[in-house]
Design a protein around this ligand. Structure first.
Ligand SMILES: *Cc1c(COP(=O)(O)O)cnc(C)c1O
Length: 388
């Protein structure tokens, strides 16, 4: 029997045709397709500005720089996320600290955040940026985080790598109602894909302008931004130190074509999640909690094994499932456990919720083309390993 991965892309003939059309056109990159893709995403999210980048990691980097993060500043984020959510701060020379997770949502805990801010205030080290990660597609409590941002004076980036198509209080993730910038990832395991790729969305003209410069070497062709009169039609100026973080038109064509199916992908994931909830309800596992305030895009379906009620260890369950072709995964290793972050002196005991989560979590296969019979196989294998 074929293996069932934890996540995978869906590529249709329409996607292939869209990419081939760009291949046959005049522009492989920096043509008309990138702005079309950006327009589609900003329309969908209801944000004023959308900038395509070659990854979500690049998007996080330019968002941090545009928000003025630099040496001596602090960036805080959740412990349970992909390394990029924190690394972006280090790229800017800032220092990193972590906030423990909420035991229900597994997102950055607003109560822990407030406690930490109160302490930091006394020590004069309020973060400049907090990166709120919508883990699995489940939105963070953005009202609470935004309230703290107002009170303590920090900026908010939503790392919505998992969450395009999700909603918070009925409104799309990415409208930046409670944040300065929201970023998306289009890596193949995410909700829609451009192979590699990302997007930064914002309502701030100023931030959009800065991120646009940083995306392409800090070069401008806009006479308004130049320090002197244009010297001719060839003229441009480098006014900042930027990067080559551009997305290609080939990738944008794939993304634009995938956007047509975003809604159906997310509803399919939601159906699968509901079905997992039912099929697993009698087992000693905790299925994902959902806020009544939000609609998850279901990038991941994470269960927690109730270890006190199961004879097997997390590792045994993991290995047995993998051996039977169910490619479960564990999202994520708490960031403070990585050697690179350990060298900064993080103390495991400061993050009890994250430690417990890490010892119990298991990501089950979840993607739009997962069939019900494949899902039944996943559940049957879980039952078999847990009940023996
Ligand atoms: C995938 C991911 C990223 C990085 O995305 P890339 O597009 O691969 O750079 C960042 N943050 C989170 C939470 C992710 O899951």
């Amino acid at each position: 029997m074929v293996n069932i991965p934890y996540g995978r892309q869906d590529i249709t003939e329409a996607d292939i045709d869209a990419v081939v059309a760009v291949l046959k056109s005049d522009f492989l990159t920096q043509g008309p397709t990138v702005p079309k893709f950006e327009q589609a995403v900003s329309n969908y999210c209801g944000a004023h500005y959308a900038l395509a980048l070659n990854s979500a990691t690049s998007a996080l980097h330019v968002a941090c720089l545009a928000l003025g993060l630099g040496p001596g500043d602090w960036l805080w984020t959740s412990t349970i996320t992909f390394v990029a959510s924190a690394n972006c701060g280090l790229y800017c020379g800032a220092k990193i600290d972590f906030v423990d997770i909420d035991p229900l949502s597994y997102n950055l805990c607003p109560v822990a955040l407030e406690r930490k801010l109160e302490k930091a205030k006394g020590e004069g080290r309020i973060p400049k940026i907090v990166v709120a990660v919508h883990l699995c597609g489940q939105p963070c409590d953005m009202v609470a985080i935004n309230g703290l941002a107002q009170r303590y004076g920090f900026k908010v980036i939503e790392d919505a790598s998992h969450a395009i198509g999700g909603r918070f209080q009925g409104e799309p993730i990415g409208n930046c109602r409670f944040s300065d910038v929201t970023i998306f990832s289009f890596h193949p395991v995410k909700i829609i894909t451009t192979a590699e790729g990302g997007m930064a969305v914002t309502n701030s003209a100023e931030l959009a302008k800065k991120m646009t410069l940083l995306r392409s070497h800090g070069i401008t062709r806009d006479p308004m931004q130049m320090t002197c009169e244009s010297e001719g039609p060839w003229f441009y100026q480098q006014i900042e130190l930027g990067f080559n973080y551009r997305l290609t038109d080939l990738q944008a064509a794939l993304g634009l074509s995938q956007m047509d199916r975003l809604q159906s992908y997310v509803s399919k994931r939601k159906q699968l999640a509901n079905r997992y909830d039912e099929l697993l309800s009698a087992l000693p596992v905790t299925t994902p909690w959902q806020s009544s305030d939000s609609y998850s895009s279901w990038h991941l379906y994470v269960i927690r094994i109730q270890l006190g009620k199961v004879k097997k260890s997390q590792r045994e369950i993991f290995d047995t499932l993998r051996a039977s072709g169910i490619e479960v995964n564990l999202h994520y290793i708490p960031l403070y456990k990585h050697p690179y972050y350990q060298r900064m002196g993080f103390n495991v005991s400061d993050f009890p919720q994250s430690q417990q989560y890490y010892s119990e979590a298991l990501s089950l296969p979840m993607y739009a083309t997962l069939s019900e019979s494949q899902q039944d196989r996943v559940v049957a294998e879980i039952k078999a390993v847990i009940q023996t």
